[in-house]
Design a protein around this ligand. Sequence first.
Ligand SMILES: Cc1cc2nc3c(=O)[nH]c(=O)nc-3n(C[C@H](O)[C@H](O)[C@H](O)COP(=O)(O)OP(=O)(O)OC[C@H]3O[C@@H](n4cnc5c(N)ncnc54)[C@H](O)[C@@H]3O)c2cc1C
Length: 479
Amino acid sequence: MPSEWDLIVIGSGSAGIVASRTAARFGARVLLVERHRLGGDCLWTGCVPSKSLIAAAHAAHIARTSERFGVTAENLTIDFARAMSHVRDAVATIEPHDSAEAFATLGIEVASGDARFTGRNSLEIDGTPHTFVQAVIATGTEPQLPEFAGADSIDMLTSDTIWQLDELPKRLVVLGGGPIGSELGQAMARLGSAVTIVNRNARILSSEDERSSAILQASFDRDGITVLNDRSATSVTSNDRLAGELVLDDGTRLPFDRLLAAVGRSTRLGKLAPEAAGVAITQHGYIKVDASLRTTNKRIWAAGDAAGLPKFSHVAGVSGSVAGTNAALGLRRKFNEQVVPRVTFTAPEIAAVGMAPVDAVEGKHRVYTAEHASTDRAIAEADDDGYAQIVVDNRGRVLGGTIVGPRAGESLGELTVAVSAKLTTSTLAGATHAYPTFTDALWNAAIADVQYRLQHGIVKSGIQLLARVRRATLGRTGR
Ligand SMILES: Cc1cc2nc3c(=O)[nH]c(=O)nc-3n(C[C@H](O)[C@H](O)[C@H](O)COP(=O)(O)OP(=O)(O)OC[C@H]3O[C@@H](n4cnc5c(N)ncnc54)[C@H](O)[C@@H]3O)c2cc1C
């Protein structure tokens, strides 16, 4: 293997893979370094296994609640080990896309090992020296473990390790009421665990708007999940490092069979030694980048979670493309953080993009809501606890919105395109939508704005004029 490279990409998650592919397509000689498993967190411990587990949980939920359709599933049994083998099968099916062989077909070499910078244009991979013209840091983030008395005495599950479970914990305590704690907590509850979520914030998914959070809380209540808001753990005891008792700041004692920590993530720096290459770190511990994702070393770029961008696989991929292009072509393309769609894959899904309806300013913006309670598909599926809400400006341009409900993440695609392309509600409303779909709610919200504009301002005057002319013409011709 040569030791001098046009581009060395450190980390083979979504960011590193897309950076490598992009630069290789532009003709760069690329070395992709991975210390653990090719594919990164999204494939092994993030998006893919969590959505596969959620699919198993959804099947259990449908079976359990199918009576409303006149379908009775007697003696429901849930084989957790089989649910987990479905999860592993899904990962194994996708894994070949991210294999060294797949990268070789694109002309990308893969090195297995831990990368550590030794200078401004040099690094070692497990002790073997390499030099680079450019580099991309895409080392991702890792779960943080909470600190409280006795925390060292227990093997807490995290999003890294939960996938090794073959036995369902009867009582699962989840620390953290954010997206990861909510998704995994609800899935485990639907598969049969008695789940308690201990949440430091006043409500679950506190970074989403209050109504979304309240709808999800009601769904958690129906699933039998106990949510303890405004609470944090102060100590834990365990005899076997697995089961034990957690004590909260208000004195509540929570016995559990397993404890899952979902309290945040920190940059995976490990042995990377960015300081040896003159790469600065932000006060929050991320790789410091400018808008073009360049670090404080002109030769080195960063992308994905490690660069402190919103922690989503699609953001990692797009930022990897920006970093790979800039590195390979010497450009300064910018990463656009304004239009980043996000979905929490709970039931219901909570999806949002662009400007939040709560940030709308009266007189400058209008907000329209279409309820799933009046959306035919939602009624037909007896799953109508949701809505689509959009924010538009005075010219009718769609600035953002929130969708809550089944498959909200799918409907979000249309809203994302609208926000990204600065489409108007007239464009959305003018496109015929297939009926009956959950996207009808979004369509109806757009139609409501068009109707508003037809009844106000210059559009209203224009329509009145047209109508007058039409009446006069008909009067003259007598038709
Ligand atoms: C439970 C869970 C569910 C999620 N669900 C979703 C979802 O549904 N949708 C979504 O968009 N996002 C989801 N995410 C977030 C998503 O997984 C991350 O945003 C994404 O994986 C970040 O990609 P990345 O390339 O920045 O880093 P990573 O995927 O973390 O990849 C970094 C890679 O770098 C390697 N590495 C680190 N240091 C070195 C080194 N020194 N030398 C060599 N290699 C190194 C690591 O081993 C790793 O493979 C989820 C995350 C979790 C935890």
